[in-house]
Write a protein that binds this ligand. Structure first.
Ligand code: SF4
Length: 761
């Protein structure tokens, strides 16, 4: 009888992380170069090597024991056959002497593991193992060599594999059990809601064909479950390693976790490991403390206690924010960094879109290093263009720099003074007037200010050194991160972005790098995923998202018909009203009359949306003066969570009134007021972004690139907000209500074409 042998594959990096990390968490030797800087640094070193140098050498080896075949693989950074020297290249910033000993030990473990695999592959008796540390700013290399016998490396490799074996066996069993359970997964309700099945079929097909799907599906059909369920059932059939459910806001994460709980994951049936990823500032137990052993008790001995915490975490399987925190504290490790570690071992990761799409995204990094076959789900995807633009934009603040300069410690004074001089030069030569806080002056710059970017790099180097010696200096740390973010984007500056300067008075300028076309950054991310399902109630027109997000050509578009009847929603257009800036005073009378007439006809809860707080306040005052009997309340600037909840609590069954809100703000999407809690919406704006110099530059760029400047910069983003806001009214098959669109432009065919068909408007 032949023995059944399970195969488990692990990357060299993951194997070494697992077996060779000990001691404290230490982020003093940071900020580490970004992944992209790392790649550029590797290329720089490789370019200095000889013609026979073999860069990115793929290596693989296996270890078998008791029915398990462990396959270890990875790419060694470089091999110089002439000197039998294998190199592991690491990039760093600042003084190498500050590197923690456990970090160095991890690097040796990786290099020696590659050494063992190389000796096997090439039949070498000995090899020189070299750690090459490249200082990212100066380009200087530090080389650490040791020549080791193949037998020694082999013994170490075997030891490492043995240490990992129990875990690999458990992982292999988990994967089998997971896939078996998912193959038999049942939909948790008796039947699909109308439209939900069509969405689920579309999502499944996307996973089966390895494509991106843009699915526009109306509110109320259960999109979260309608996309999660098919992707989970596709996991075993398509060999998907991980699913990432990515959301725009925290409530979206809760919805995904609730859907997973309904599928049984919270009770371990199916045996899915579910992890909720949260931001560091929300997860940190010791805010304001440096993340290092000497300062934070949850960083001290982190890697020594990690194995037990990791075992407990995978045994539990359900790791939402609360569960992860309790488990981390029980094991005295940092919840945030435990979450980062567990991302490697969990099946479904629920997080923010930036966990996969931003420049240094954790999930993208893991997918690359561990070779995941990854399924992506992106909720509220109509916001991804805006969110991604934010991820690839950065700003520098002259006033902050000047303030910090005054209290600067001696080692930073020179670099800050140089940067400050560059600022003054830039402001002088930019041609942008001085402006004021009330009326800022604005200009788009033709080119990146090279002198200032150079001075910024100098400051980064000084700040890195200074903070390594003086950790926990919040403001300087913030400045460093700001400078780094700006510097990284400056290196990649191109047609996808613009550079602008805003002046709010003397010494109060802001220099911005603003991304306009996120496609150039996002396209490789979509290409790296096996499949992606982007869904929202407002994704039309598909070309807008395809162009601006960089979705692959063969992406599929699906519109799930609304399960609502046109009779449920009365849509009226008041084309006799103009809400253009110049016409706003004159519009108040007809708007107030419309609100009051509708309220009299059917008293109940309504939302009225305006383009700005000023317009909103004017309309409120006009309504109060003309119809003091109509109860009303309004959104105010900068409402906190409690104030927002109080505003929404006003929409209680049994009472009535009109709530005033700003279109595109906190109440324009993502709120759920079913039945009598909301019976109508008035929309007194097309939601168009203001026609200012920035938006005009955006329009020109999008026109040049896609031939649809006005649509892409103004009309589509505006109408998306309108449809989102109007979508608050009909939340289910029983709802009935009215939407009044107030502006003459709503009568135009090109605008109507962007409204949902089922409205029959
Ligand atoms: S608890 Fe806070 S300070 Fe401590 S390691 Fe975690 S994130 Fe850093």
């Amino acid at each position: 009888m032949s023995e059944t042998v399970d195969t488990y594959r692990v990357a060299v990096r993951a194997l070494c992380d697992f077996t060779a990390r000990r001691g404290d968490l230490d982020h003093r030797f940071t900020p580490a170069p970004s992944a992209r800087e790392g790649i550029a640094g590797h290329a720089r070193v490789v370019a200095r090597r000889g013609a026979d140098y073999r860069a990115e050498l793929p290596l693989e080896g296996e270890f078998r024991e008791a029915g398990l075949r462990l396959v270890v693989r990875g790419r060694a950074d470089g091999y110089a056959p002439g000197e039998a020297c294998l190199e592991e290249i690491k990039t760093h910033r600042g003084d190498l002497g500050r590197q923690a000993a456990n970090q160095r030990a991890l690097h040796w473990a990786q290099a020696r593991t590659y050494g063992a695999l190389l000796c096997r592959a090439e039949g070498l008796a000995r090899v020189t193992i070299r750690l090459v540390y490249l200082e990212i700013t100066s380009g200087e290399e530090t080389r650490l060599d040791e020549t080791v016998a193949a037998t020694e490396l082999e013994a170490e490799f075997v030891g490492r594999c043995r240490d990992f074996l129990a875990w690999a066996r458990q992982e292999s069993a988990h994967r089998r059990a997971r896939d078996q359970a998912l193959a038999a997964l049942h939909f948790p309700h008796d039947e699909f809601r109308p439209g939900q099945r069509a969405l689920a079929e579309g999502a499944y097909k996307a996973a089966a064909t390895g494509r991106c799907l843009l699915a526009q599906a109306p509110t109320g059909i259960g999109k979260t479950l309608g996309t999660l369920f098919p992707l989970l059932t596709a996991m075993p059939r398509q060999g998907l390693d991980r699913l990432a459910f990515l959301t725009m806001k925290t409530p979206g994460r809760r919805l995904a976790l609730d859907a997973l709980a309904r599928l049984g994951a919270a009770e371990g049936q199916p045996p899915l490991r579910v992890l909720e990823l949260i931001a560091r500032d929300k997860a940190c137990e010791h805010p304001g403390t440096p993340c290092q052993g000497e300062a934070c008790p949850l960083a001290e001995g982190f890697y020594d206690r990690l194995p037990a915490a990791r075992r407990a975490a995978v045994a539990s399987g359900w790791l939402d924010r609360q569960a992860l925190r309790e488990l981390a504290l029980a094991h005295r490790v940092c919840p945030y960094y435990l979450g980062q570690e567990l991302a490697r071992w969990c099946d479904v990761i629920v997080g923010d879109v930036n966990h996969y799409f931003d420049d240094a995204a954790l999930l993208h990094g893991l997918a690359q290093s561990d070779g995941w076959r990854l399924g992506l789900l992106v909720d509220e995807a109509h916001n991804l263009v805006g969110r991604a633009r934010g991820m690839y934009s950065a700003e520098l603040d002259q006033a902050r720099l000047n303030r910090l300069k005054r209290s600067a410690p001696a080692p930073l004074k020179g670099a800050l003074a140089r940067l400050s001089r560059q600022w003054q030069g830039l402001v002088r030569e930019s041609g942008v007037a001085e402006g004021s806080a009330e009326r800022p002056a604005y200009g788009v710059l033709e080119d990146l200010p090279g002198g200032l970017v150079g001075a910024l790099q100098g400051l980064v180097a000084r700040l890195g050194d200074y903070l390594a010696e003086h950790p926990g200096q919040g403001e300087w740390q913030e400045l460093l991160f700001e400078a780094l973010a700006f510097g990284r984007l400056a290196e990649r500056f191109g047609d996808h972005s613009l550079c602008d300067l805003e002046r709010r008075g003397r010494g109060r300028a802001r220099l911005g790098l603003r991304n306009l076309v996120p496609a150039d950054f996002l396209a490789p991310r979509f290409a790296a995923a096996h499949c992606a399902v982007l869904f929202s109630a407002t994704l039309s027109p598909a070309a807008y998202h395809r162009d601006l997000l960089g979705l692959p050509e063969e992406s599929v578009w699906q519109t799930v018909p609304a399960p609502f009847r046109a009779e449920q929603l009365e849509v009226r257009v008041r084309s006799d009203i103009s809400t253009r800036l110049a016409d706003r005073p004159a519009s108040l009378g007809p708007i107030v009359a419309t609100l009051a007439a509708q309220y009299r006809r059917r008293p109940g809860h309504y939302l009225a949306f305006f383009s700005s707080f000023a317009y909103l306040e004017a309309a409120r005052a006009a309504l109060a003066a003309a119809h003091p009997e109509i109860p009303q309340r309004g959104q105010t600037r900068g409402m906190d969570e409690a104030a927002r909840e109080a505003f929404l609590a006003g929409f209680a069954p049994g009472s009535t009134g009109i709530g005033f809100a700003v279109l595109g703000g906190a109440f324009g999407e993502g709120i759920d007021l079913p039945g009598e809690r909301l019976i109508g919406a008035f929309i007194a704006t097309l939601g168009l972004p203001p026609s200012d110099p920035f938006n005009e530059a955006l329009r020109a760029r999008l026109q040049a690139r896609f031939g649809r400047g006005y649509d892409y910069a103004y009309r589509i983003p505006g109408l998306t907000k309108v449809v989102q806001a109007a979508g608050r009214v009909i939340r289910g098959p029983e709802d009935e209500g009215v939407v009044v669109l107030m502006d003459e432009r709503f009568a135009r065919p090109e605008v109507r074409a962007l409204l949902p068909e089922w409205w029959g408007a």
